[in-house]
Design a protein. Structure first.
Length: 87
């Protein structure tokens, strides 16, 4: 939950809602573009791997072993946030 806590500090609108932090490889097909830390990093789904899950999303069956696509199927209201990749 550490990465979720970091994202909630950056974006307080994530507090109390199911959310997960995902990591994409921009070099693979379907990967998200590289984004700087200050960019809006909410994503709709895709092939990214989940690296952190909020307690609210866990209660709805989302786990770290899921892809972001699987998480959206399990919990359609989950908010997915991409970790910054361009430093």
């Amino acid at each position: 939950c550490f990465y979720v806590a970091v994202e909630r500090r950056r974006d307080p609108s994530l507090n109390g809602v199911p959310c997960a932090v995902v990591q994409y490889n921009s070099r693979q097909a379907g990967g998200a573009p590289e984004l700087p830390a200050e960019a809006c990093r909410r994503v709709q789904g895709g092939s990214g791997g989940i690296i952190a899950v909020s307690y609210e999303a866990r209660q709805r069956g989302v786990t770290r072993q899921m892809s972001s696509h699987e998480a959206k199927k399990q919990c359609p209201e989950v908010v997915l946030v991409q970790v910054p990749t361009a430093f």
